[in-house]
Design a protein around this ligand. Sequence first.
Ligand SMILES: Cc1ncc(COP(=O)(O)O)c(C=O)c1O
Length: 388
Amino acid sequence: MIPYSRQSISEEDIKEVNRVLRSDFLTQGPEVPLFENNLSSYFEAKHAICCSSGTAALHLAYASLGANKESVTIVPAITFVSTANASRHLGSKIIFCDVDPVSGIISINHLEKILEESAKSEAVKNGFICPVSLAGKTAPLDHIHDLAQKYQFSLIEDASHAFGARTDCKDSAKIIRSGDCNLVDAACLSFHPVKHLCCAEGGVLLTNCDKISTKARRLRSHGIQRTHDQNHDRPWFYEQVDLGWNYRMTDIQAALGNSQIKRIDESIRKRREIAKRYHDAFSEPKFTERFSPPVMEDGHAWHLYVIRFHQAKDRDQAYKFLIKRGIMSQIHYIPLYRHPYYQKSSPTEPLLGAETYFERCLSIPLYPELNQTEQTEVIEALSDFISD
Ligand SMILES: Cc1ncc(COP(=O)(O)O)c(C=O)c1O
């Protein structure tokens, strides 16, 4: 079976993980701070706080920014459940924002409407916006930043799909990068095996804010603070000052991350090459009559390659057809408000952009080690499907 995505593990990665397995520290050793330094340099962020998953990073970000039962969090309807769940765990109310029907990215118009409405009704204490840079396309963080400032909402980018992604800025020649902490209070990434960089499980919270960083580091480790500086005679002393979690990343995971980050740009380059080859094939009229390939953009990091069928029924048939040909595809995502949990906790009328995107989208195989023969198999299978 050709999967829709998979990790890429080199001999060097295995050597690095083995080295740590033979070392003194499997956790709380030197690999995590080293990985944090590597990530801060890559993203030019002042702080990088590694943790056990992307979900944990989001949970830490919301918590460190003070989300609670009185908070409201606006998330795009098209995303993985974690974007909203991490905020729900703190008791916040979720508002689902519609998305662009072509890209699946949060709709600025709808976001502005939600913010206007919330400003009219009771003043929102502690509002949050969590846009998602879906599939590897950077969300319009500059627009969202302006809105967040205007309405005094905190801004967290869910950059789980967008390691190394960038896009043009709305009103200057500048480039916006996913994970740019000049535009957001915090950005969170996931290091799950299907993502650009794999730690087996893992995530990072990036921020330029010292206060968020200090709080997130403490919450990552039970809310414990080591205060032995003031207790010279008691070097073992520590205090729990918050109610935190054990969200630490292990040194084994960080060693894999440190090894993988050395070739991250090469790996994104390969993804771009594969996307370009799909694009060239699918630009032929016989394909475009039935589905649209995604829009090509220089800075797209291609976590996913999502085609959009013109007819919703074609999407489900294509999924089954591809399985028979040994090819896995995937749907990213079912609108969150459709899930039974959110139907109960945040009932939402269907949103047109999200419904349109969801009913037609199909993520087809894309990962750095997808070879040309396999990619040709995918293209031929889709060609057979449309002429079936
Ligand atoms: C958009 C998005 N946000 C958050 C997450 C959560 O990441 P993790 O699986 O590392 O907890 C994922 C992972 O699938 C994701 O795709």
